[in-house]
Design a protein around this ligand. Structure first.
Ligand SMILES: *Cc1c(COP(=O)(O)O)cnc(C)c1O
Length: 364
């Protein structure tokens, strides 16, 4: 049996008719940028997350860097971020000229809240939390620290659509919740897409102006902005997917629970969740000290895996200028050497799940 790490086609075919109907309707409407699909999606996604406002953007990276820009964070400022995130989180900070200050992860792949305060200086302006792999971070501690030190809080929710901490959805704890709708994400478009959720009307309006060349009224440009609009076609298709996101997430939770129940191998560590946190299983990430051998073994059985992520941002060539060498973040670097994402996708059959579980249990 051949099993790929992800199967986005299954997510499409499950609702094929609805997607095709919506795509045709948008194509035939004659209106392709900033119309009723985008505003409809913004309303529905705000309602889904429990946020007051949502603004659609072109992608997740734009959501991040525009968030820091509009929060007034730039050159000379520091932003605390976890070392084990996707590099886009860090780029959201550095595009604005601000400096990322890295902290190590906790045992749940989230930012270690107990490490934050030691990293705060007079230059610290914000904390950026990534709810990595779909696991909600420990937001009680993190929000308390941000309040105490008057720091802005930005959440990278590119992997956590629908994940909650203490019953409250990720993205709604801080000043800005940044989402990506890249096709492989839990709420995936059929191309690029992104959004922010915010509770402040003024900030929501600022995003709307910024994404459209800094203009509220056509040809009257208040500020230098960007072209970062979610398009009508993607917004329409996202509305279709959003209607089914609850059931899609529940399906992933069932698969993850089965993995957790049935994978028993002393050489393999399974993911755990913090108390009060829920997980939407963007990825199911195991850890193995003998990862290279495990990958080869699974490869022979035609089970595809991915490493999220093999090179932590502080060791990426792009960030050589920060001057952090190997050994700077031992926990982060150890994760980069041991994590492995096993197949996890909507539409994964029982046979496919069994095949993966058996293979992992038989690895010695
Ligand atoms: C995907 C992702 C992003 C970037 O989103 P894009 O839409 O691809 O720009 C940022 N952060 C994390 C954690 C991601 O997984």
């Amino acid at each position: 049996m051949r099993i790929m790490p992800n199967r986005m086609d299954r997510g499409f075919f499950k609702y094929q008719e609805e997607f095709e109907e919506k795509a045709l309707a948008v194509l035939r409407s004659g209106w392709y940028v900033l119309g009723k699909e985008v505003s409809g999606f913004e309303e529905e996604f705000a309602a889904y997350t429990g946020a007051d406002y949502c603004v659609g953007l072109a992608n997740g990276l734009d959501a991040l860097w525009i968030a820091f820009r509009l929060l007034g964070i730039g050159k000379g400022d520091e932003v605390i971020v976890q070392g084990n995130t996707y590099i886009a989180s860090v780029m959201g900070i550095t595009i604005n000229g601000a400096t990322p200050v890295f902290v190590e992860p906790d045992q749940y792949f989230g930012m270690d809240a107990d490490e934050i305060e030691a990293k705060i200086t007079e230059k610290t302006k914000a904390v950026l939390v990534t709810h990595l792999y779909g696991i909600a971070s420990r937001m009680d501690k993190i929000t308390a620290i941000c309040e105490k030190h008057h720091l802005k809080l930005v959440e990278d929710c590119a992997q956590s659509h629908g994940a909650c901490y203490d019953g409250k959805m990720t993205g709604t704890f801080g000043d800005v919740g940044c989402f990506s709708f890249y096709p492989s994400k839990n709420l995936g478009a059929f191309g690029d897409g992104g959004a922010v959720v915010v509770k402040d009307k003024q900030l929501a309006d600022a995003f709307k102006i910024f994404r459209n060349y800094g203009s509220e009224k056509r040809y009257y440009n208040k500020i230098v902005g960007a072209n970062s609009r979610l398009d009508e076609l993607q917004a329409g298709l996202l509305r279709v997917r959003l209607k089914h996101l609850k059931e899609l997430t529940e399906e992933k939770i069932l698969i993850a629970n089965r993995y957790t129940r049935e994978i028993h191998n002393p050489g393999i560590l399974l993911p755990e969740l913090p108390e009060k946190a829920s997980c939407v299983w963007h990825q199911y990430v195991i850890r193995c000290e003998e990862r290279a051998r495990l990958i080869r073994y699974l490869d022979e059985k035609e089970i595809g895996t991915i490493i999220h992520y093999p090179i932590p941002p502080h060791l990426a060539e792009a960030y050589a200028y920060l001057g952090h060498g190997e050994g700077f973040l031992p926990k982060t670097e150890h994760l980069a050497k041991t994590v492995l994402s096993i197949p996890m996708y909507n539409g994964m059959t029982d046979e496919e799940q069994e095949y993966v579980i058996r293979a992992l249990n038989e690895f010695e």
